[in-house]
Design a protein around this ligand. Structure first.
Ligand SMILES: Cc1cc2nc3c(=O)[nH]c(=O)nc-3n(C[C@H](O)[C@H](O)[C@H](O)COP(=O)(O)O)c2cc1C
Length: 199
């Protein structure tokens, strides 16, 4: 669209006492009319979240998309879901929150998602809310992946705020599917993550 917030300010007749003055392009803003007579608008930023996933059989992607649905259903943030391969071309700076998720392979979260964390940290995660998710098959490996991702975030993204614990989800076979209750847990996790973005 290209119309800037500065343009919007000039078209309104004054400034409400509780307004939040921000900069940004119109597609990223929510407008709420608070007083029809004076034609005031309160302008709030819509938070943005990036979900980055690695996957072999699609289960971790599905989990990431469920988390994204929970985030968007909160009405507090919009969400973009990408494969690890696309991290390099993504403009990380526009996001308020970033989640990283991958499957457990041989006791460890995949190298692919670890590389994605490293790349994103180099681009800059300071000030952002970050978190993790994983899928596992062996019950004793529950939570292993999210801990490994979180440890990496602590080391490589010291200026980020970590939303902990992440979400660890059981798959019922090497190729899945996700255990029945995992999608609902992922949505609830997404909702809590979105709520934390405002704090
Ligand atoms: C090479 C390989 C090694 C695996 N090693 C483990 C493991 O050590 N522990 C475990 O719980 N699951 C292990 N799994 C099962 C994966 O966790 C499961 O395939 C994955 O969660 C499915 O997610 P995806 O569809 O996103 O790839 C392994 C799977 C593969 C392909």
């Amino acid at each position: 669209m290209g119309m800037s917030f500065e343009h919007l300010r000039r078209t309104t007749s004054g400034r409400p006492t509780d307004s939040k003055i921000v900069s940004g392009n119109l597609p990223s803003l929510i407008f709420r009319q608070v007083d029809c007579l004076s034609n005031y608008y309160v302008v709030e930023t819509m938070k943005k979240v990036l979900v980055v996933f690695d996957t072999t059989y699609g289960n971790t992607e599905k989990l990431g998309r469920e988390i994204a649905s929970g985030i968007e259903e909160s009405g507090l943030a919009e969400c973009k879901v990408i494969n690890i391969e696309d991290v390099e071309t993504e403009d990380i700076s526009v996001f308020d929150g970033v989640l990283f998720g991958g499957p457990i392979h041989a006791f460890r979260v995949t190298r692919g998602i670890k590389n994605a964390v490293n790349k994103a940290a180099k681009m800059g995660l300071d000030g952002k809310l970050v978190s993790s998710f994983d899928t596992y098959q062996v019950s004793s490996h529950e939570g292993k992946g999210i801990k490994q991702i979180e440890d990496l975030l602590k080391k490589k993204a010291k200026g980020a705020k970590i939303f902990s614990p992440g979400l660890t989800a059981l798959v019922l076979g090497r190729q899945g599917p996700l255990n029945d209750d995992e999608p609902a847990k992922a949505r609830e996790f997404g909702l809590r993550f979105a709520q934390e973005l405002g704090n």
